[in-house]
Structure formats: structure tokens, C-alpha cells
Design a protein around this ligand. Structure first.
Ligand SMILES: [Cu+2]
Length: 386
């Protein structure tokens, strides 16, 4: 039995391990990796500085230990803002060309402290790179399959049949060691995704082969602090149910490392649901309401002034909101079990003067700040002060 096999835990074990589900997750981590175990959140004055107010107040939502981002090769804090613009050049026609490289590789990743998952990945990370471009750009993705299974790249967007990345279309499934270049013009603008479409589809998706595909409108969107959040989940024992739920893979990561933002500024989330096995996921924001753009394909909200939305599998959209007062505001799936099993986080809303400290608290710096506020491929050309 491999080391990661021994660490597999059933959903029932997670829930049984503690009275509260999240305590169960912590308990599971405790059992699986005692060397990193330490007590659950002990409240203010305990000497622990990395627990969110939620953990301190409720005493149950923290997880024990830390996921090793270096070993994983990716950090969910960075994933919020690390847009991949590709290699940019201009075609003879004047059209912008963006060239991307995606390699499918099999890799064990740590999805909660001490809990490992034998993932299939794009570029060694789950989710794969966040591909970002402008409506009308020509997109060229050089795909190499270095995994032991056949895979594809299927984009949600408009493209010719042979670029659809499904069995029977164009090259169909790309075998181990083979390569194919997908190319098409990026449309429509919106918050989209890509994923593997090899058979069996459910398996290829839940193993980790998916990523965000953001197409900016030609006239841009109003300036905002932007984050990409891919809601995902992991079936660690392959029983057809998920044991860990998350945004950007690591359970409860943003509860432990609250996402910094400033009072009054526009916050824009590109939210995507790629959870398998559970038909519905949701997002609930605390203490504020947001406007929602379903699929991101409109410039006017499709829902106004809501604090909860649901997304079916592969559904996605854009959320926009501002916080009026400083504080640590929670957001989570309003499916309580998902929240307890990892899908819960916090924004750390601070005054501008306190922002550098809020960044430092989660190990981020001005580069992260610039990526979060300057991610768009085109400047906003509309009215100011939206
Ligand atoms: Cu696949």
C-alpha cells in the first residue's frame, strides 16, 4: 500500500472523527500525519496567529498543520491572481495571437494537511493555469500529454468542431506522449473554463484536469480587485463521493489565510464550479450583497443584490461587491457539509493604511497586489466610478 493510499479517508471517517464536520477534517489530518499535529484553534492569546476569527470563535473550523505549497508546486493564494496571458504577438492580420503551453502530468497533491490525492494535472497544478485573453484574440494552445492516460483539452467557448477536444472530433483523445495544438478565436467574453473530455468524463474531471478561461470584453470592465475561484472537490477513496471540498484545491486555505482587500474597493470574483458527484454547489457572502453576471457574458448584471448563488456543474459567473467596513468576512458554500469539509474562507477587509500588514500576514506582497488589481488584458474604456 502506498503512502498516499494509507492516507485515504472516507467521507464517513471525516464526519465521524469529530462532532463538527470540520473538526472531523482536522481529526483526520491528525490521524494521518501526527508529526504535524497540534491542538485545534485555542482562541486569542493561545500563541497561534494563523487562525481566522471563525476558528477562534467557533473553535472547530481550523485544520491542523499546513499543506506544503512548495512540495505541491503551487500556492492557492497565488492562484487567486496568477493569470496566464500566454506568449503574445501580432498576426499579419493585426489580430493578437496568444500561445500557451499545457502539459498533462500525473502528480500526487496535498489537498488538506496530510491528505494526499493522486491527481491528473495540467502543468502540475490543480486547477490548471488560468488562461486569460481578450475577446477576439487568436488562441493557440500547445498540448502535450505526459500522463499515462489519454487526455484532451475541451474549452467552453466558440470554436470549430475539430477543436472541441472530445473523442471523435479532430484528433480526439491525445494518447500518452502525443501532442496537439488547439486553436481558435476567443469568444464570447466571459468567465469560462476548460477541462479534459476523455472517457470516462467524470473520472477525468474529478482527478483534476480543469482550469479557468477568462475572456475580457474588448472595452474592458471597471477597475477592480480580481480573484479567480475554482470550486472543486476530491473523492479521496474513489467511492463516488467527495471527502474534501475547496476553492482552488486546498480545503479551508482562505480561512487560515484570509484574502486581503480594502474597504470600499470593487471586488470581482471569477467563480467556477467544477465539483463532480454533487450536482449543485453554492457561494454565500457574509455581511454584503453582490451583483452577479451568469457566465460573465454580459456587461449588465443578470442578478442584482443577492448574497447567495447556486451553480450546477461547469456553471460559472462573475460576482461584484464592495465592503463598507473593516472586518474578517466569511464566504462559503451554503451547503453546510461542503463548508465543514473545506469550502469556507474569509476576506480580510482593511483600511488602505493597514493593507501592507494584511498582505504580509498571508505571505503576499506588492506583486500580488498588482496582479489582483491589474489583471485585465485591456483597460476599462467605459464610464468612471461604476
Ligand atoms: Cu483526461
Amino acid at each position: 500500500m502506498s503512502q498516499s493510499m494509507r492516507r485515504f479517508l472516507s467521507r464517513r471517517d471525516f464526519l465521524r472523527a469529530g462532532a463538527a464536520g470540520a473538526a472531523g477534517l482536522a481529526g483526520a489530518a491528525l490521524l494521518s500525519q501526527p508529526s504535524i499535529a497540534r491542538p485545534l484553534a485555542q482562541g486569542p492569546g493561545s500563541g497561534h496567529t494563523d487562525h481566522s476569527p471563525y476558528a477562534m470563535e467557533h473553535g472547530a473550523a481550523g485544520m491542523v498543520g499546513e499543506v506544503d505549497n512548495v512540495r505541491n508546486g503551487f500556492d492557492p493564494m497565488q492562484m487567486l491572481v496568477d493569470w496566464d496571458y500566454g506568449q503574445v504577438s501580432t498576426l499579419a492580420s493585426g489580430q493578437t495571437l496568444r500561445e500557451y503551453s499545457i502539459v498533462a502530468v500525473d502528480k500526487d497533491i496535498e489537498i488538506a494537511p496530510g491528505v494526499f490525492f493522486p491527481a491528473w494535472t495540467y502543468n502540475g497544478r490543480v486547477p490548471g493555469p488560468t488562461i486569460r485573453c481578450t475577446e477576439g484574440d487568436h488562441i493557440r494552445i500547445k498540448f502535450v500529454n505526459a500522463s499515462v492516460h489519454p487526455h484532451t483539452l475541451h474549452f467552453h467557448g466558440v470554436h470549430p468542431f475539430e477543436m472541441d477536444g472530445v473523442p471523435g472530433a479532430g484528433p480526439g483523445e491525445i494518447a500518452t506522449g502525443q501532442r496537439f495544438t488547439y486553436e481558435f478565436d476567443a469568444e464570447p467574453f466571459g468567465c469560462h473554463l476548460y477541462h479534459c473530455h476523455a472517457n470516462p468524463l467524470k473520472r477525468h474531471i474529478h482527478k483534476g484536469l480543469y482550469g479557468a478561461f477568462i475572456v475580457d470584453p474588448k472595452a474592458g470592465r471597471p477597475p477592480a480587485r480580481e480573484f479567480v475561484m475554482v470550486m472543486n472537490a476530491f473523492d479521496t477513496n474513489f467511492d463516488g463521493e467527495n471527502e474534501v471540498y475547496a476553492v482552488n484545491t486546498v480545503g479551508h486555505v482562505y480561512a487560515r489565510r484570509p484574502i486581503p482587500a480594502q474597504v470600499g474597493e470593487l471586488i470581482r470574483l471569477y467563480l467556477i464550479n467544477i465539483v463532480e458527484f454533487d450536482p449543485i454547489n453554492s457561494f454565500h457572502l457574509h455581511a454584503e450583497f453582490f451583483n452577479y453576471y451568469d457566465h460573465g457574458t454580459t456587461l449588465e448584471p443578470t442578478l442584482r443584490t443577492v448574497d447567495t448563488i447556486i451553480q450546477a456543474q461547469a456553471q460559472r459567473g462573475i460576482l461584484e461587491f464592495r465592503y463598507r467596513w473593516p472586518g474578517q468576512y466569511m464566504y462559503h458554500a451554503h451547503i453546510s457539509e461542503f463548508a465543514e469539509l473545506g469550502w469556507m474562507g474569509n476576506f480580510n477587509i482593511v483600511q488602505p493604511v493597514d493593507f501592507p500588514a494584511a498582505l504580509a500576514q498571508v505571505g503576499m506582497d506588492e506583486t500580488w497586489d498588482r496582479r489582483s488589481t491589474g489583471g485585465a488584458t485591456v483597460p476599462w474604456r467605459g464610464e468612471a466610478g461604476s
